[in-house]
Write a protein that binds this ligand. Structure first.
Ligand SMILES: Nc1ncnc2c1ncn2[C@@H]1O[C@H](COP(=O)(O)OP(=O)(O)OP(=O)(O)O)[C@@H](O)[C@H]1O
Length: 206
């Protein structure tokens, strides 16, 4: 059983967004959408404490403002649209190496961990960055368009795998998505940023 702490945004303000109150329960996926440039990524960066912002973010009883940035991000883990890679090979970026079955589920070659980072395609980077984040056992997840660079079939696999991990581990999750089908499949709640405001949209169950 995973941790069971909610993630709570209390009066968060960044850029054009102000006074955002949002509670994400353990294992719950809240989808965020909005036009390009509306502030989705910045909001995730604020929740990850990567940009100065107004308001407070809570992970259970722990306040972001009372926690060192790196310790906070170890728990409230952001997987940005463009992942960062600093060492030469893929495996060096993992604290705990994923098994062959997990690589296969994500459509990755079984020797992908031995690869040089420089040869990774955009979609391979995206999948390996998700795997890396999940394998670090965070307490909450922030994912920015996790299937954006993938073909439909691989995207569907990654989506199902990620949603299953989130539910299994009990991570409260903010998931930036554009695809209505994806939002309906993974999210119980959907918030859209429009005109500098966050508004709740009814999730169309299919
Ligand atoms: N550090 C910053 N200071 C000021 N403005 C910024 C900063 N970072 C981003 N912005 C601006 O804030 C707005 C929101 O950016 P953000 O990256 O959050 O958009 P987004 O909704 O994620 O868009 P996309 O879907 O294109 O990724 C953009 O107009 C961007 O140029």
């Amino acid at each position: 059983m995973g941790p069971t702490e909610p993630l709570r945004l209390a009066g968060v303000g960044i850029g054009a967004l102000n006074g955002i109150d949002l509670k994400v329960s353990p294992g719950e996926i809240v989808c965020l959408s909005g036009a390009s440039g509306s502030g989705k990524s910045r909001l995730l960066r604020a929740v990850a404490d990567l940009e100065p912002h107004a308001g407070e973010v809570w992970l259970g009883g722990q306040a972001q403002s009372q926690t060192l940035g790196h310790a906070w991000r170890r728990r409230v883990m952001l997987v940005p649209a463009e992942s960062h890679w600093w060492a030469e090979t893929v495996a060096e970026h993992f604290v705990k190496l994923p098994g062959a079955a997990e690589l296969q589920t994500l459509g990755l070659a079984e020797d992908a961990l031995t690869w040089q980072v420089g040869r990774l395609s955009t979609g391979e980077k995206q999948r390996l960055a998700l795997l890396r984040a999940v394998s670090r056992e965070p307490r909450a997840l922030l994912v920015d368009e996790p299937t954006a660079n993938l073909d439909a079939e691989t995207g569907a696999r990654v989506e199902a795998w990620l949603a299953a991990r989130i539910h299994e581990r009990g991570w409260p999750t903010l998931w930036v998505a554009h695809d209505r089908g994806q939002i309906a499949r993974v999210g119980r709640r959907h918030w859209r940023i429009a005109g500098g405001r966050l508004e709740e949209v009814e999730v169309a169950w299919t």
